[in-house]
Design a protein around this ligand. Structure first.
Ligand code: NAI
Length: 354
Protein backbone atom coordinates (compact mmCIF):
# COMPACT_ATOMS: atom_id res chain seq x y z
CA UNK A 1 0.00 0.00 0.00
CA UNK A 2 1.40 3.37 -0.99
CA UNK A 3 2.05 5.76 1.88
CA UNK A 4 0.78 9.19 1.02
CA UNK A 5 2.59 12.26 2.25
CA UNK A 6 -0.50 13.37 4.10
CA UNK A 7 -2.60 10.89 6.03
CA UNK A 8 -6.25 10.66 4.91
CA UNK A 9 -7.95 13.39 6.85
CA UNK A 10 -11.46 12.49 7.86
CA UNK A 11 -11.36 10.06 10.75
CA UNK A 12 -13.77 10.13 13.66
CA UNK A 13 -13.65 7.51 16.40
CA UNK A 14 -11.67 5.05 14.30
CA UNK A 15 -13.98 5.43 11.32
CA UNK A 16 -13.04 7.01 8.03
CA UNK A 17 -15.25 9.12 5.82
CA UNK A 18 -14.81 8.34 2.15
CA UNK A 19 -16.31 10.12 -0.85
CA UNK A 20 -18.45 7.78 -2.95
CA UNK A 21 -19.22 8.72 -6.53
CA UNK A 22 -21.62 6.15 -8.02
CA UNK A 23 -21.24 7.66 -11.53
CA UNK A 24 -23.28 6.40 -14.48
CA UNK A 25 -24.18 3.03 -16.04
CA UNK A 26 -23.78 0.15 -13.60
CA UNK A 27 -22.05 2.37 -11.01
CA UNK A 28 -25.10 3.18 -8.84
CA UNK A 29 -26.35 -0.42 -8.52
CA UNK A 30 -22.83 -1.69 -7.69
CA UNK A 31 -22.28 1.03 -5.08
CA UNK A 32 -25.53 -0.03 -3.38
CA UNK A 33 -23.99 -3.49 -2.94
CA UNK A 34 -20.75 -1.99 -1.63
CA UNK A 35 -22.70 -0.03 0.97
CA UNK A 36 -24.79 -3.01 2.02
CA UNK A 37 -21.75 -5.27 2.38
CA UNK A 38 -19.95 -2.57 4.40
CA UNK A 39 -22.99 -2.29 6.66
CA UNK A 40 -23.22 -6.06 7.20
CA UNK A 41 -19.47 -6.42 7.73
CA UNK A 42 -19.27 -3.49 10.16
CA UNK A 43 -16.57 -1.92 7.98
CA UNK A 44 -15.40 1.27 9.74
CA UNK A 45 -16.15 3.59 6.81
CA UNK A 46 -18.87 6.20 6.32
CA UNK A 47 -19.64 7.27 2.79
CA UNK A 48 -20.31 10.78 1.61
CA UNK A 49 -22.25 10.08 -1.58
CA UNK A 50 -21.84 12.65 -4.35
CA UNK A 51 -23.84 12.39 -7.56
CA UNK A 52 -22.92 14.06 -10.82
CA UNK A 53 -25.49 14.85 -13.46
CA UNK A 54 -23.84 13.85 -16.77
CA UNK A 55 -26.13 16.22 -18.66
CA UNK A 56 -25.45 19.35 -16.61
CA UNK A 57 -23.63 21.95 -18.64
CA UNK A 58 -21.57 23.45 -15.84
CA UNK A 59 -18.91 22.17 -13.52
CA UNK A 60 -20.56 22.90 -10.16
CA UNK A 61 -21.11 19.20 -9.44
CA UNK A 62 -17.51 18.44 -10.29
CA UNK A 63 -16.22 21.19 -8.03
CA UNK A 64 -18.35 19.87 -5.18
CA UNK A 65 -16.94 16.38 -5.79
CA UNK A 66 -13.36 17.63 -5.79
CA UNK A 67 -13.93 19.57 -2.56
CA UNK A 68 -15.38 16.44 -0.96
CA UNK A 69 -12.37 14.30 -1.98
CA UNK A 70 -9.96 16.97 -0.79
CA UNK A 71 -11.74 16.98 2.56
CA UNK A 72 -11.90 13.20 2.94
CA UNK A 73 -8.61 12.32 1.23
CA UNK A 74 -10.02 9.13 -0.29
CA UNK A 75 -12.76 8.23 -2.77
CA UNK A 76 -14.34 5.23 -4.44
CA UNK A 77 -15.89 5.89 -7.83
CA UNK A 78 -17.74 4.57 -10.82
CA UNK A 79 -17.26 6.20 -14.19
CA UNK A 80 -18.82 9.59 -14.87
CA UNK A 81 -20.45 9.43 -18.29
CA UNK A 82 -19.13 12.02 -20.68
CA UNK A 83 -21.90 13.61 -22.75
CA UNK A 84 -22.02 13.20 -26.52
CA UNK A 85 -19.21 14.65 -28.64
CA UNK A 86 -21.01 17.87 -29.47
CA UNK A 87 -21.69 19.02 -25.89
CA UNK A 88 -18.18 20.39 -25.61
CA UNK A 89 -17.96 19.11 -22.02
CA UNK A 90 -14.56 17.68 -21.35
CA UNK A 91 -14.27 14.35 -19.57
CA UNK A 92 -14.94 14.95 -15.89
CA UNK A 93 -13.03 11.78 -15.06
CA UNK A 94 -9.91 13.28 -16.63
CA UNK A 95 -10.55 16.67 -15.02
CA UNK A 96 -10.90 14.99 -11.62
CA UNK A 97 -7.57 13.19 -11.97
CA UNK A 98 -5.86 16.39 -13.09
CA UNK A 99 -7.36 18.55 -10.34
CA UNK A 100 -6.28 16.09 -7.64
CA UNK A 101 -2.94 15.47 -9.36
CA UNK A 102 -3.53 11.71 -9.31
CA UNK A 103 -0.42 11.18 -11.39
CA UNK A 104 -0.29 7.40 -11.32
CA UNK A 105 -2.74 4.55 -11.91
CA UNK A 106 -1.91 1.07 -10.68
CA UNK A 107 -3.64 -2.06 -11.92
CA UNK A 108 -2.79 -5.31 -10.18
CA UNK A 109 -3.52 -8.01 -12.74
CA UNK A 110 -3.57 -11.24 -10.78
CA UNK A 111 -5.62 -14.10 -12.19
CA UNK A 112 -8.42 -15.71 -10.25
CA UNK A 113 -7.80 -19.45 -10.46
CA UNK A 114 -10.81 -21.21 -11.89
CA UNK A 115 -12.18 -18.22 -13.80
CA UNK A 116 -12.46 -19.21 -17.47
CA UNK A 117 -9.94 -17.00 -19.28
CA UNK A 118 -7.31 -17.07 -22.04
CA UNK A 119 -4.67 -17.15 -19.30
CA UNK A 120 -5.36 -18.21 -15.74
CA UNK A 121 -1.98 -17.62 -14.12
CA UNK A 122 -1.05 -14.00 -14.83
CA UNK A 123 0.55 -11.72 -12.27
CA UNK A 124 1.37 -8.35 -13.86
CA UNK A 125 1.43 -4.85 -12.40
CA UNK A 126 0.57 -1.96 -14.73
CA UNK A 127 1.89 1.43 -13.62
CA UNK A 128 0.41 4.12 -15.84
CA UNK A 129 0.93 7.86 -16.06
CA UNK A 130 -2.51 9.21 -15.28
CA UNK A 131 -2.67 12.94 -15.97
CA UNK A 132 -1.02 13.83 -19.27
CA UNK A 133 -0.05 12.35 -22.66
CA UNK A 134 -2.93 12.12 -25.14
CA UNK A 135 -5.38 12.85 -22.29
CA UNK A 136 -4.28 16.50 -22.09
CA UNK A 137 -7.65 17.39 -23.71
CA UNK A 138 -5.95 20.10 -25.77
CA UNK A 139 -7.55 19.77 -29.18
CA UNK A 140 -8.54 22.40 -31.68
CA UNK A 141 -9.47 22.73 -35.31
CA UNK A 142 -6.77 24.97 -36.72
CA UNK A 143 -8.46 25.34 -40.10
CA UNK A 144 -11.66 23.67 -41.23
CA UNK A 145 -11.03 19.93 -41.57
CA UNK A 146 -7.70 19.96 -39.75
CA UNK A 147 -7.64 19.04 -36.07
CA UNK A 148 -4.59 19.29 -33.88
CA UNK A 149 -4.36 17.36 -30.64
CA UNK A 150 -1.58 17.95 -28.17
CA UNK A 151 0.16 15.11 -26.41
CA UNK A 152 1.91 16.46 -23.33
CA UNK A 153 4.84 14.62 -21.80
CA UNK A 154 6.85 16.25 -19.03
CA UNK A 155 10.13 15.17 -17.49
CA UNK A 156 8.69 15.74 -14.03
CA UNK A 157 5.67 13.47 -14.41
CA UNK A 158 7.64 10.86 -16.38
CA UNK A 159 10.09 10.71 -13.51
CA UNK A 160 7.34 10.47 -10.87
CA UNK A 161 5.67 7.54 -12.60
CA UNK A 162 8.94 5.72 -13.39
CA UNK A 163 10.09 6.14 -9.81
CA UNK A 164 6.73 4.85 -8.58
CA UNK A 165 7.15 1.76 -10.82
CA UNK A 166 10.66 1.02 -9.54
CA UNK A 167 9.77 1.72 -5.93
CA UNK A 168 6.77 -0.58 -6.29
CA UNK A 169 8.99 -3.29 -7.80
CA UNK A 170 11.53 -2.88 -5.00
CA UNK A 171 9.03 -2.98 -2.15
CA UNK A 172 7.03 -5.90 -3.60
CA UNK A 173 9.95 -8.17 -4.51
CA UNK A 174 9.41 -7.75 -8.24
CA UNK A 175 12.30 -8.45 -10.59
CA UNK A 176 11.74 -6.42 -13.77
CA UNK A 177 10.23 -3.18 -15.02
CA UNK A 178 9.33 -2.93 -18.72
CA UNK A 179 8.81 0.57 -20.11
CA UNK A 180 6.29 0.72 -22.96
CA UNK A 181 6.54 3.49 -25.57
CA UNK A 182 6.46 4.48 -29.23
CA UNK A 183 9.67 6.47 -29.19
CA UNK A 184 10.60 5.25 -32.67
CA UNK A 185 7.85 7.52 -34.06
CA UNK A 186 7.15 10.02 -31.26
CA UNK A 187 10.80 10.72 -30.75
CA UNK A 188 10.42 13.78 -28.55
CA UNK A 189 7.41 12.93 -26.37
CA UNK A 190 7.78 9.17 -25.90
CA UNK A 191 11.52 9.71 -26.27
CA UNK A 192 11.45 11.85 -23.12
CA UNK A 193 9.38 9.24 -21.26
CA UNK A 194 11.80 6.46 -22.24
CA UNK A 195 14.93 8.50 -21.57
CA UNK A 196 13.60 9.46 -18.12
CA UNK A 197 12.74 5.83 -17.31
CA UNK A 198 16.24 4.75 -18.38
CA UNK A 199 17.74 7.38 -16.09
CA UNK A 200 15.54 6.40 -13.11
CA UNK A 201 16.36 2.70 -13.71
CA UNK A 202 20.02 3.42 -12.92
CA UNK A 203 19.01 4.10 -9.30
CA UNK A 204 17.66 0.53 -9.03
CA UNK A 205 20.54 -1.77 -10.02
CA UNK A 206 18.79 -4.84 -8.57
CA UNK A 207 15.75 -4.50 -10.80
CA UNK A 208 16.08 -5.38 -14.49
CA UNK A 209 14.78 -2.77 -16.92
CA UNK A 210 13.88 -3.25 -20.57
CA UNK A 211 11.70 -1.36 -23.00
CA UNK A 212 9.23 -2.38 -25.65
CA UNK A 213 7.33 -0.61 -28.40
CA UNK A 214 3.59 -0.55 -27.71
CA UNK A 215 2.61 -2.45 -30.87
CA UNK A 216 5.01 -5.29 -30.11
CA UNK A 217 3.89 -5.16 -26.46
CA UNK A 218 0.26 -5.87 -27.45
CA UNK A 219 1.37 -8.84 -29.55
CA UNK A 220 3.64 -10.14 -26.77
CA UNK A 221 0.83 -9.76 -24.23
CA UNK A 222 -1.49 -11.96 -26.27
CA UNK A 223 1.13 -14.58 -27.14
CA UNK A 224 3.50 -14.61 -24.15
CA UNK A 225 2.24 -12.46 -21.25
CA UNK A 226 4.30 -14.30 -18.63
CA UNK A 227 7.41 -12.33 -19.59
CA UNK A 228 5.92 -9.19 -17.97
CA UNK A 229 6.35 -8.28 -14.32
CA UNK A 230 5.90 -4.52 -13.67
CA UNK A 231 4.98 -2.41 -16.72
CA UNK A 232 5.58 1.34 -16.85
CA UNK A 233 3.85 3.44 -19.49
CA UNK A 234 2.20 6.63 -20.62
CA UNK A 235 -1.51 7.32 -20.28
CA UNK A 236 -3.08 6.11 -23.53
CA UNK A 237 -0.93 2.98 -23.82
CA UNK A 238 -1.88 2.32 -20.21
CA UNK A 239 -5.60 2.15 -20.88
CA UNK A 240 -5.09 -0.01 -23.96
CA UNK A 241 -2.78 -2.43 -22.18
CA UNK A 242 -5.11 -2.51 -19.14
CA UNK A 243 -8.02 -3.51 -21.35
CA UNK A 244 -5.93 -6.14 -23.19
CA UNK A 245 -4.84 -7.75 -19.92
CA UNK A 246 -8.33 -7.58 -18.40
CA UNK A 247 -9.58 -9.30 -21.57
CA UNK A 248 -6.96 -12.04 -21.21
CA UNK A 249 -7.92 -12.61 -17.58
CA UNK A 250 -11.70 -12.63 -17.79
CA UNK A 251 -12.98 -9.19 -18.78
CA UNK A 252 -13.96 -5.79 -17.44
CA UNK A 253 -15.79 -7.04 -14.36
CA UNK A 254 -12.92 -8.40 -12.29
CA UNK A 255 -10.05 -6.06 -11.61
CA UNK A 256 -9.84 -2.79 -9.71
CA UNK A 257 -7.57 0.18 -10.32
CA UNK A 258 -5.91 2.57 -7.87
CA UNK A 259 -5.24 6.23 -8.60
CA UNK A 260 -2.65 7.93 -6.44
CA UNK A 261 -1.23 11.39 -6.05
CA UNK A 262 0.89 12.79 -3.27
CA UNK A 263 -2.19 13.74 -1.26
CA UNK A 264 -5.26 11.84 -2.46
CA UNK A 265 -6.25 8.33 -3.50
CA UNK A 266 -9.20 7.28 -5.66
CA UNK A 267 -10.31 3.67 -6.17
CA UNK A 268 -12.41 2.36 -9.06
CA UNK A 269 -12.98 -0.61 -11.40
CA UNK A 270 -9.82 -1.18 -13.44
CA UNK A 271 -11.10 -0.61 -16.97
CA UNK A 272 -13.20 2.42 -15.94
CA UNK A 273 -16.05 1.70 -18.34
CA UNK A 274 -19.64 2.50 -17.57
CA UNK A 275 -21.30 -0.76 -18.67
CA UNK A 276 -24.29 1.33 -19.74
CA UNK A 277 -25.69 -1.40 -22.00
CA UNK A 278 -26.10 -3.77 -19.04
CA UNK A 279 -27.19 -1.18 -16.46
CA UNK A 280 -30.36 -1.95 -14.50
CA UNK A 281 -30.52 -5.57 -15.69
CA UNK A 282 -29.04 -7.08 -12.55
CA UNK A 283 -26.35 -8.93 -14.51
CA UNK A 284 -23.26 -6.74 -14.01
CA UNK A 285 -20.29 -8.41 -12.42
CA UNK A 286 -19.83 -6.70 -9.02
CA UNK A 287 -16.31 -8.03 -8.40
CA UNK A 288 -14.28 -5.14 -9.89
CA UNK A 289 -16.15 -2.58 -7.76
CA UNK A 290 -15.87 -4.76 -4.65
CA UNK A 291 -12.14 -5.15 -5.30
CA UNK A 292 -11.94 -1.35 -5.46
CA UNK A 293 -13.56 -1.37 -2.02
CA UNK A 294 -10.92 -3.85 -0.79
CA UNK A 295 -8.15 -1.58 -2.13
CA UNK A 296 -9.74 1.37 -0.35
CA UNK A 297 -9.94 -0.50 2.98
CA UNK A 298 -6.28 -1.53 2.63
CA UNK A 299 -5.27 2.02 1.87
CA UNK A 300 -7.03 3.24 5.01
CA UNK A 301 -5.22 0.61 7.05
CA UNK A 302 -8.33 -1.47 7.75
CA UNK A 303 -6.47 -4.62 6.80
CA UNK A 304 -8.64 -7.06 8.74
CA UNK A 305 -11.78 -5.85 7.01
CA UNK A 306 -10.01 -5.75 3.66
CA UNK A 307 -8.95 -9.38 4.20
CA UNK A 308 -12.49 -10.45 5.12
CA UNK A 309 -13.92 -8.92 1.96
CA UNK A 310 -11.19 -10.18 -0.38
CA UNK A 311 -11.45 -13.71 1.08
CA UNK A 312 -15.23 -13.63 0.61
CA UNK A 313 -14.72 -12.60 -3.03
CA UNK A 314 -12.13 -15.33 -3.61
CA UNK A 315 -14.30 -18.06 -2.07
CA UNK A 316 -17.32 -16.94 -4.10
CA UNK A 317 -15.43 -16.77 -7.40
CA UNK A 318 -12.82 -19.53 -7.10
CA UNK A 319 -14.38 -22.11 -4.74
CA UNK A 320 -18.14 -21.77 -5.20
CA UNK A 321 -17.78 -20.53 -8.79
CA UNK A 322 -20.78 -18.23 -8.51
CA UNK A 323 -20.03 -16.29 -11.69
CA UNK A 324 -21.89 -13.71 -13.77
CA UNK A 325 -22.38 -14.21 -17.52
CA UNK A 326 -19.27 -12.20 -18.50
CA UNK A 327 -17.22 -14.92 -16.77
CA UNK A 328 -19.15 -17.75 -18.38
CA UNK A 329 -21.53 -18.28 -15.45
CA UNK A 330 -25.25 -17.76 -15.09
CA UNK A 331 -25.49 -15.98 -11.73
CA UNK A 332 -27.09 -12.58 -11.33
CA UNK A 333 -25.30 -9.69 -9.61
CA UNK A 334 -27.45 -10.36 -6.55
CA UNK A 335 -26.53 -14.05 -6.37
CA UNK A 336 -22.83 -13.20 -6.43
CA UNK A 337 -23.32 -10.46 -3.84
CA UNK A 338 -25.44 -12.72 -1.59
CA UNK A 339 -22.68 -15.33 -1.53
CA UNK A 340 -20.09 -12.68 -0.67
CA UNK A 341 -22.39 -11.31 2.05
CA UNK A 342 -22.73 -14.79 3.54
CA UNK A 343 -18.95 -15.15 3.89
CA UNK A 344 -18.52 -11.60 5.20
CA UNK A 345 -21.15 -12.18 7.90
CA UNK A 346 -19.64 -15.57 8.77
CA UNK A 347 -16.17 -14.08 9.28
CA UNK A 348 -17.18 -10.87 11.05
CA UNK A 349 -19.32 -12.79 13.54
CA UNK A 350 -16.15 -14.62 14.62
CA UNK A 351 -14.41 -11.33 15.43
CA UNK A 352 -14.02 -10.52 19.11
CA UNK A 353 -15.45 -7.02 18.78
CA UNK A 354 -18.85 -8.28 17.61
P1 NAI B 1 -18.64 -0.69 -21.84
O1 NAI B 1 -19.05 -0.01 -20.62
O2 NAI B 1 -19.66 -0.85 -22.91
O3 NAI B 1 -18.02 -2.12 -21.45
C1 NAI B 1 -17.34 -2.93 -22.39
C2 NAI B 1 -17.87 -4.35 -22.30
O4 NAI B 1 -17.59 -4.86 -21.03
C3 NAI B 1 -19.37 -4.41 -22.51
O5 NAI B 1 -19.67 -5.60 -23.21
C4 NAI B 1 -19.90 -4.46 -21.10
O6 NAI B 1 -21.13 -5.14 -21.03
C5 NAI B 1 -18.79 -5.26 -20.40
N1 NAI B 1 -18.69 -4.91 -18.98
C6 NAI B 1 -18.17 -3.79 -18.44
N2 NAI B 1 -18.25 -3.82 -17.10
C7 NAI B 1 -18.86 -4.98 -16.79
C8 NAI B 1 -19.24 -5.60 -15.57
N3 NAI B 1 -19.01 -5.02 -14.38
N4 NAI B 1 -19.86 -6.79 -15.63
C9 NAI B 1 -20.10 -7.41 -16.79
N5 NAI B 1 -19.76 -6.89 -17.99
C10 NAI B 1 -19.14 -5.69 -17.98
O7 NAI B 1 -17.31 -0.03 -22.35
P2 NAI B 1 -16.91 1.04 -23.38
O8 NAI B 1 -17.76 0.99 -24.61
O9 NAI B 1 -15.45 0.92 -23.51
O10 NAI B 1 -17.14 2.39 -22.63
C11 NAI B 1 -18.38 2.89 -22.22
C12 NAI B 1 -18.11 4.21 -21.56
O11 NAI B 1 -17.06 4.09 -20.60
C13 NAI B 1 -17.69 5.31 -22.52
O12 NAI B 1 -18.40 6.45 -22.18
C14 NAI B 1 -16.23 5.50 -22.26
O13 NAI B 1 -15.90 6.85 -22.41
C15 NAI B 1 -16.08 5.09 -20.82
N6 NAI B 1 -14.74 4.64 -20.57
C16 NAI B 1 -14.27 3.43 -21.00
C17 NAI B 1 -12.96 3.07 -20.74
C18 NAI B 1 -12.36 1.79 -21.17
O14 NAI B 1 -11.17 1.62 -20.89
N7 NAI B 1 -13.07 0.86 -21.81
C19 NAI B 1 -12.07 3.99 -20.02
C20 NAI B 1 -12.67 5.20 -19.60
C21 NAI B 1 -13.96 5.50 -19.89
Amino acid sequence: VRKLKSIPKAQYGGRHTVTMLPGGGIGPELMEHVREIFRLGGMPVDFEVVNIDPHSDGNDDLEYLITSIKRNGVAIKGNIETGSLDTGIASRNVALRNELDLFVNVLKCKSYPGVPARYSDLDIIIVRQNTEGEYAMLEHESVHGVVESMKIVTAENSERVARFAFEYAKSHGRKRVTTIHKANIMKLSDGLFLETSNRVAKDYPNIAHNNMIIDNCCMQLVSNPHQFDVMNMTNLYGTIVSNVICGLMGGAGLLSGRNYGDHYAVFEPGTRNTGTSIAGKGIANPIAMLNAAVDMLEHLGHNTHAGILSDAIRKTVCDDKILTADLGGSASTKEVVNCIKKYVIEETSKMKWF
